[in-house]
Design a protein around this ligand. Sequence first.
Ligand code: SAM
Ligand code: SF4
Length: 316
Amino acid sequence: MLDAYGRNITYLRLSVTDRCNLRCRYCMPEEGIVKKAHSDMMTEDEMIQAVEAAAELGVTKLRVTGGEPLIKRNILSICRRAAEISGIREVCITTNGVLLPSLAAALREAGVSRINLSLDTLDAARYRQITRIGELSQALAGLEAALKTGFSRIKINAVLIGGFNDDEIPALAGLTRQYPVDVRFIELMPMPGGAFTDADSYLPVSEVLRRLPELKEEKAEGVARLYRLPGAQGCVGLISPVSQHFCAACNRIRLTADGRLKPCLHSAEEISLKGLDKAGMKKKMREAILGKPRCHEELSAERLSHSARNMNQIGG
Ligand code: SAM
Ligand code: SF4
């Protein structure tokens, strides 16, 4: 369905849990989350109803995210049921990859067609530093498992952090030569509860072009500008939510694990769907789409996101 600014809303990001098996510094606090009452969270049936309502309003693409979606006990059932909904053409997952060795094949079988795997560094000590508790070897095993399973497309997402991984731009981009994957560099968004909100940590993705002048531009895809290293199997994507936000082309809405619909990632506005039936959800969703703001304010170290939540609650 079209919003008030003529944008066709075809993409729902569904956060199935706010919990995670990692603690990335820019995403969530060290102590984890304040556990909410089970009754405050969306049930599987409510999630599926919400996806059905979204599909009836014209959503065709679902991204399942979190927190870490793969720690959700019923993740396979959620994906399978979502993939069967009329109008939903693709179900994708964004994951840290740690649990992919045991789940990749089952996810594929459940109808998940694409995987985005978050990986900010190829250095084990840095991986531990950024995730606070993670093991790089587990994320890499997850990547291998995804590659073996035959997902139609695997994208590696790396958040660019000044003074942390900018010296790894060539190595991370080099994964597109080694594997049939895209590597997408994403600008760090200054979220109120996250670390690295200082000006030095933020780097525009143009830094990737400066470090890799051999990149050749290809056709843009969605929010990513695409490039390719000579001889590479996959593309290098640049995603610039801060330096060149893509509000004018934004086609997405987000739903949190406790049932709050967010028409805009960086706005505090939320509309609760928890406890509604499908008709009620659809009505609220339509209102939310019509009320989707034209744009969010500029983001910077001085002007943090207005979102009332950390990224682990929103899903990215
Ligand atoms: N746990 C899964 C994962 O890490 O892929 C899914 C949820 S995570 C919130 C989704 C994406 O948001 C990840 O790629 C993560 O790197 C990104 N992210 C989290 N906080 C961010 C921030 N402050 N700026 C930019 N990206 C962020
Ligand atoms: Fe967990 Fe993903 Fe957030 Fe890292 S970015 S803490 S893996 S939800």
